[in-house]
Design a protein around this ligand. Structure first.
Ligand SMILES: Cc1ncc(COP(=O)(O)O)c(C=O)c1O
Length: 382
């Protein structure tokens, strides 16, 4: 059998990894400033993470959600405490798309309505309602297009009000910092007005923190910079440091009933052990502070690089916007300098999404490599 060929691949085959280093099959070391799409939060192969997963799988790796699983309550308690949402409720699933799918479904159950308001350039995943709320016609099949979604530009609150006033909207879904789109974000006043409009019109406000959450922005959740409290928060990526786990955090006024949501694999013992160990490392190694401090250092070092128009994002969720398309630059960084970076829908943006453990040394290495590539190849690249 052949693989279904949907991914354009770089010619690199990682076989080993530790912290921010990836080693390929030929023994070449790469600096990982992308974390496999913002997934690696505590560093590759963290010893505490390995220990906890090993210990758990030797006991019990999986049983269904029909029995008691104390690890789920332990995870909910720790997550509530570290995230600042101790009175919210946790529903566990397996990925970011699934988290948003459940968030939108729950909003629809709660309000009895079905239209969704989402934002231009937003990305929420590739499944049914999540992909319909994603602003990319190329990945929306005719089946997905049956969902009723209205896309609005960021920061235009009057347009949001006009839609919510119509009375048929179940949810507004928004990323606090757009990931795949290219690191654009709403202003604090926009987020605060969005929160009060949702309250006024009985619409569920969903903050998609799949990429920006778990400390990446320099706070546990990026929306906390705006001092808002959403009704539902979706999480995944950094939550399991590579173990597939996701979830939604749900405000107390949204009450559950049996069968409303469900999953076979979500919240299994192994996933909970992985997710708990990630939170333990984030806490003991002060990784949220490190994300903020290292992000500030990064921003202070990039201003004079040739071709850089703007530095976008927060903490270690960063984008460098150039005055040219970055795909060739990314190839040079990976093949010549052995550094992994990311691209975005905005083709001029280079995305930097490293492990939250990185420090000045890795940033300095990256800046030096970038300077060399930009200067040596200036005529070609720019
Ligand atoms: C903001 C956001 N939401 C949802 C998703 C989908 O997550 P997954 O690929 O785990 O389904 C992504 C993935 O990039 C994302 O960035």
């Amino acid at each position: 059998m052949k693989l279904f060929d949907v991914y354009p691949l770089y010619d690199v085959e990682p076989v080993n990894a530790y912290n921010s280093i990836i080693i390929d099959k030929n023994g070449v070391e790469y600096l990982d400033l992308y974390g496999g799409h913002a997934v690696i939060s505590i560093g590759h192969s963290h010893p505490h993470y390995i220990k906890k997963i090993k210990e758990q799988v030797e006991k019990i790796g999986f049983y269904s959600n029909a029995v008691q699983n104390r690890l789920q309550s332990k995870l909910a308690e720790k997550l509530g405490k570290l995230s600042g949402y101790p009175d919210y409720q946790l529903f566990l699933c397996n990925s970011g798309a699934e988290a948003n799918e459940n968030a939108l479904k729950l909003a629809s159950f709660y309000t009895g309505k079905s239209r969704v308001v989402a934002f231009k350039n937003g990305f929420h995943g590739r499944t049914s309602a999540a992909v319909a709320a994603t602003d990319n016609t190329k990945i929306n099949s005719p089946l997905n297009q049956q969902q009723d979604v209205t896309f609005l530009p960021l920061n235009q609150i009057e347009l949001v009000k006009a839609e919510l006033k119509k009375g048929d909207v179940c949810a507004v879904i928004i990323e606090p910092i757009q990931g795949v789109g290219g690191l654009d974000e709403g202003t604090t006043i926009f987020f605060q007005q969005l929160e009060s409009l949702c309250k006024e019109f009985g619409v569920v406000l969903i903050l998609d923190e799949v990429q920006s959450g778990y400390g990446r922005s320099g706070k546990f959740f990026a929306h906390q910079f705006h001092e808002i409290t959403p009704d539902i928060i979706s999480i995944a990526k950094g939550m399991g440091n590579g173990f597939p786990v996701g979830g939604i955090i749900i405000a107390p006024h949204i009450e559950p009933n049996y069968g409303m949501l469900g999953t076979t694999f979500g919240g299994n013992h192994l996933a909970c052990a992985a997710a708990l160990s990630v939170l333990e490392v984030i806490e003991t190694e002060n990784l949220i502070d490190n994300a903020r401090i290292t992000g500030e250092y990064f921003s202070s070092q990039v201003n004079d690089l040739p071709g850089v128009k703007k530095i976008k994002g927060k903490g270690l969720m960063l984008g460098l916007e150039f005055d040219f398309e970055v795909s060739e630059l990314r190839k040079k960084l990976i093949y010549e300098k052995h550094i992994f970076t990311g691209g975005a829908m905005n083709k001029n943006v280079l995305r930097i999404l490293p492990s939250l453990t990185i420090g000045k040394r890795e940033i300095d290495l990256f800046i030096k490599a970038l300077q060399e590539v930009l200067v040596i190849e200036k005529d070609v690249v720019i």
